[in-house]
Design a protein around this ligand. Structure first.
Ligand SMILES: Cc1cc2nc3c(=O)[nH]c(=O)nc-3n(C[C@H](O)[C@H](O)[C@H](O)COP(=O)(O)OP(=O)(O)OC[C@H]3O[C@@H](n4cnc5c(N)ncnc54)[C@H](O)[C@@H]3O)c2cc1C
Length: 192
């Protein structure tokens, strides 16, 4: 396991809206309606780091671009920022599947799908959300379905740091489609 996990330099999150006035150890949502203290902030860029921090932490909360207006990520000592864990992992033209890391924005997922001649038939109002954040919170859109309807596989990091892959053949799949981060952390997501 990697030991290269880092807390951001001043121990504060780089916020879009308060970039020039960082307050140490204060998490702030996009519209500033949710704020809470934390002890430790981990910026992760790999599954190895994600597993490492989850295995070593008593409890964690994960966040992406902080557009959720609820206090779902409040009150936990260790926060994991997945914003930079945001690559496209695989494209399978035969099955029309695209696998991404959870920090990718909906915008970048849509662009890559378009490059393949595909589309995502359900879009929310904004495309700046991360896929991890959007799926966890049941984000829904234009056609009335949740975005997670179009997910065929989830790769999850569980509470002990182990990894488990789920497909439509697994009974847990529908629960994972709207789990509010309670069933583990998305490490990779395959859309079909
Ligand atoms: C202007 C605006 C318009 C919106 N429009 C819509 C809309 O049209 N339809 C709709 O349904 N919603 C809409 N939303 C809500 C939005 O889609 C959700 O709040 C979404 O969670 C935001 O994504 P995020 O990356 O900012 O998530 P964050 O706010 O960063 O995270 C939300 C929660 O998701 C969980 N989570 C994040 N990453 C992971 C992960 N990798 N694994 C497991 N759990 C994780 C955590 O519990 C976290 O607290 C809108 C929000 C805003 C601000």
């Amino acid at each position: 396991m990697s030991s290269s996990l880092t807390t951001t330099k001043d121990n504060s999150i780089k916020t879009n809206n308060l970039e020039n006035t960082p307050t140490p150890n204060l998490w702030i949502s996009w519209n500033e309606n949710v704020q809470h203290r934390y002890s430790e902030l981990m910026d992760i860029t790999s599954e190895e780091q994600l597993r490492d921090v989850i295995a070593k932490s008593k409890s964690v909360r994960v966040f992406g671009n902080r557009y959720s207006s609820s206090d779902i990520s409040a009150g936990t000592d260790t926060l994991i920022n997945i914003e930079q864990y945001n690559k496209i992992v695989n494209i399978n033209p035969k099955n029309k599947e695209i696998t991404v890391q959870p920090g990718i924005t909906l915008e970048n997922l849509i662009l890559e799908a378009q490059n393949q001649g595909w589309c995502i038939p359900c879009l929310p109002d904004i495309d700046k959300v991360t896929i991890g954040g959007a799926l966890a919170t049941g984000t829904h859109g234009t056609n009335g379905f949740i975005l997670a309807k179009y997910v065929s596989k989830f790769r999850m990091v569980l509470a002990d740091g182990t990894v488990k892959d789920y497909t439509d053949a697994d009974a847990e799949m529908d629960a994972l489609r709207l789990s509010l981060g309670t069933l583990g952390v998305f490490s990779a997501i395959t859309f079909k």
